[in-house]
Design a protein around this ligand. Structure first.
Ligand code: DP6
Length: 330
């Protein structure tokens, strides 16, 4: 029985994904754009060695229950459909970064799973297919298949065949630095899947938020290709805050910020007034990702480390997409 094994990294969106046109297939209501992160990885092994219907997933040494298994099963089923195999899978996954740090561990996890499962089934699959399979587990995971900067095209096909991520530019094109300021490590108040459904169903601003995306995608792509930091800063903060405006105006409201989140934003605005180039982005949680240009200026980093409410600071930069690994690494 062949074992498959893969590593994938987390990713953070500069133009956000929040809302679906198809919930079963995780087809987004609009496109999004992200950076795959170096060093913040999930290692996953898969073997199709169990009875049909009896998948088992262990994450960081803990057996995952039926709820958590359903996302993984969506990916495994896609692989089984193509490989003609009906066997259940044993999946062992380990994150090398803290869960609860707002680092989209599910994106890394489901991208690693798609890649490892294809490997276990001895399928040699192109990146678009892997991205579509990862998407079935969690939408944002489709972007972690890709190295560097990724664009997820929303697509229009009802079966999702044109909804996958492609590379805009490779990591070495623009070695931005991202500082992940963890201000609260508790699990998020509302999971993304349920949160975005609530926003779509109840926020009067949901349509307005979606309308911002095409122009933002265009501006962010241009900024990245042209290495224009201010242009990217402008669009990334705008996209993040427009998404949070739609979240906040959902009923009941989705408030992912904590007091420390806003204190940190005040500090970042102050640093910017002092002349430090930076921008922030925030996902469905309280932690803040701060992006600074490539180079040696560590002053933003030293200021953030000193803040009493910053519990830890993780450092990352553009990284590689999911890839298979030799089994002996595990
Ligand atoms: C706020 O990909 O976790 O991080 O497709 O339901 O699994 P599902 O949602 P998920 O949503 C991520 C939302 C976000 C923005 C982003 O990454 O684009």
């Amino acid at each position: 029985m062949k074992k498959g094994s893969a590593i994938a990294s987390s990713n953070i969106a500069f133009v956000k994904y929040w809302g679906k046109r198809d919930t079963a297939l995780n087809l987004p209501a609009a496109g999004s754009l992200s950076m795959t992160l170096s060093g913040l990885t999930t290692h996953t092994t898969v073997s199709f060695d169990r009875a049909p219907g009896d998948d088992e997933l262990t994450l960081n040494g803990v057996r995952v229950g039926q709820g958590g298994l359903s996302k993984a099963r969506a990916v495994l089923d896609a692989v089984r459909r193509v490989s003609d195999g009906g066997a259940g899978a044993t999946v062992v996954s380990v994150n090398n970064f803290p869960t609860g740090a707002g680092l989209a561990s599910s994106a890394a996890g489901l991208a690693a799973l798609a890649t490892a499962a294809a490997d276990a089934a001895s399928l040699s699959i192109d990146s678009a297919t892997l991205s579509r399979w990862a998407r079935l587990g969690s939408g944002s995971a489709c972007r972690s298949i890709v190295s560097g900067f990724a664009v997820w095209n929303a697509g229009v096909a009802a079966d999702g065949s044109d909804s996958f991520a492609t590379q805009l530019v490779p990591p070495e094109h623009w070695p931005l630095r991202m500082l992940v300021a963890v201000v609260d490590e508790r699990p998020k108040t509302e999971p993304s899947t349920a949160g975005m459904q609530r926003t779509a169903a109840s926020s009067p601003y949901f349509g307005a938020w979606l309308n911002t995306v095409p122009a933002d995608l265009h501006q962010a792509s241009e900024a990245i290709v042209g290495r224009d930091f201010e242009k990217l800063a402008d669009v990334a903060e705008r996209s993040c805050l427009a998404m949070h405006a739609a979240m906040l105006t959902s009923q009941p409201s989705l408030l992912y910020f904590r007091p420390q989140t806003l204190m940190l934003l005040e500090e970042l605005y102050q640093l910017r007034r002092e002349g430090h180039p930076l921008f922030f982005t925030i996902d469905a949680g309280p932690n803040v990702k701060v992006v600074v240009p490539p180079g040696v200026d560590r002053s933003v980093e030293s200021r953030l480390v000193e803040l009493p409410y910053v519990r830890r600071l993780l450092r990352t930069s553009p990284g590689v997409g999911s890839h298979t690994t030799p089994i002996h690494l595990f």
